[in-house]
Design a protein around this ligand. Structure first.
Ligand SMILES: *[C@@H]1O[C@H](CO)[C@@H](O)[C@H](O)[C@H]1NC(C)=O
Ligand SMILES: *[C@@H]1O[C@H](CO)[C@@H](O)[C@H](O)[C@H]1NC(C)=O
Length: 363
């Protein structure tokens, strides 16, 4: 099949086809190694390194000295929890990346932009030390200011140049609503850009809604592509969790129905209003009576039982998203995060059902 296509297509077209195999970028949140997550506790070794093209370890930070700050408190002190070491050494065909910044630490990226030469040297040494393949810089919207734009591009240029020799991967993240962003200049420096296409609705809304409907994601992606992000560098984020509500009136269950607050907290994420795909699958297995409803025009599914309302990704919606990314020629999908997928098959018959559904959608 491959031989035949090489014969019948021009070199350029064939290369185009090879490049279009979507990436699957799997995030891991290092705090899920803490025992408080119960049966949802996960270590880097639990990741199936045959499913994802890239793994991202979240999240590290930057010190005032422009050094990378290890935020994992056990990193140097415990061999049991030697996670970052494992991260570089447990890989298969997949690439192992480190995320710097994110929701909590994005504010400290100014220590990197303040001294791009020194940070770049430190970053390369860090990647070498832990046998990593690259970095994702994450200036999420909470900490972002328009005035950072120019120095951020300068930092990316330094990193790109230093990464060339060892072919380290350089990526950046942008929030779906980041204002005043020079996406063209950022896109020129990086291998890919991850768009934070999730959390469109959650229990902070007093009406139930879709957490990450396909139609909302399309709007976000199109906005960045229209502003200069090449589709071939655009990564869509698919959350491996959903948002929950308690309905004000259990007889009113349509999208937009009033809610009195978040739904029942799940045992693994233990986070108000948030529920992992693994927790939902366990609920579906253990509690009869859930009904699955689909909002076909929006491209989203939700689950209802009594006064509980959950907007969440499932295997069916994930496959559709994989399909869209492939057919739209986008770079791929980032999953936030694999520790919320049913990685140990507690509720489903196979490990990592969400990842597998996305991969099926890529076919
Ligand atoms: C869940 O979170 C609450 C509040 O942060 C805490 O008191 C409780 O111990 C946590 N439960 C588990 C199982 O981690
Ligand atoms: C550095 O990491 C530690 C956790 O090990 C964290 O408490 C601290 O806030 C971090 N500092 C910066 C500047 O990122």
């Amino acid at each position: 099949m491959i031989k035949l296509s090489l014969v019948v297509c021009s070199l350029v077209v064939c290369l185009g086809q090879i490049q279009s195999a979507p990436k699957l970028i799997c995030y891991y949140e290092n705090w899920f190694s803490y025992p408080s997550h119960g049966k949802g506790q996960m270590f880097p070794k639990d990741i199936d390194n045959t499913l994802c093209t890239h793994r991202v370890y979240g999240y590290n930070s930057v010190l005032p000295s422009a050094e990378v700050n290890n935020t994992d408190p056990w990193l140097e002190t415990s061999t049991q929890y030697h996670q970052l070491y494992d991260w570089g050494h447990l890989k298969g065909e997949d690439k192992s990346l480190i995320a710097i910044g994110g929701f909590t630490f994005a504010q400290y990226l100014t220590y990197a932009t303040a001294n791009p030469t020194l940070f770049t040297t430190n970053m390369v040494n860090f990647l070498k030390k832990y046998s990593l393949d690259g970095v994702v810089l994450e200036w999420s919207s909470v900490a972002w200011k328009y005035e950072y734009m120019e120095s951020y591009v300068v930092l990316l240029k330094h990193l790109k140049e230093a990464f060339a020799q060892d072919k380290y991967i350089l990526a950046s993240i942008i929030a779906a609503d980041q204002p005043g962003y020079d996406i063209k200049s950022v896109a020129e420096q990086v291998d890919f850009v991850i768009i934070q296409s999730f959390d469109y609705h959650g229990s902070w809304n007093t009406e139930v809604g879709h957490s990450s409907a396909l139609e909302d994601q399309k709007i976000s992606v199109n906005r960045w592509v229209e502003n200069g992000l090449p589709a071939a560098k655009a990564i869509v984020t698919v959350p491996a969790y959903g948002h929950t509500w308690t309905l004000s009136d259990p007889t009113k269950t349509d999208v937009g129905a009033p809610a009195s607050g978040p739904g029942t907290v799940g045992p693994f994420t233990n986070s108000t209003g948030k529920l992992g795909v693994n927790e939902m699958m366990l609920r579906l297995k253990d509690t009869p009576g859930w009904s699955r409803k689909e909002d076909i025009p929006a491209g989203a599914a939700y689950y209802v039982l009594g006064d509980q309302w959950v907007s969440i990704e499932d295997e069916k919606t994930a496959e559709v998203k994989g399909n869209w990314v492939k057919s739209a020629g986008l770079a791929g999908i980032a999953v936030q995060a694999v520790n919320n997928d049913d990685f140990n098959a507690l509720g489903s018959t196979t490990k990592f059902p969400l990842l597998r559904a996305l991969i099926k959608g890529f076919q």
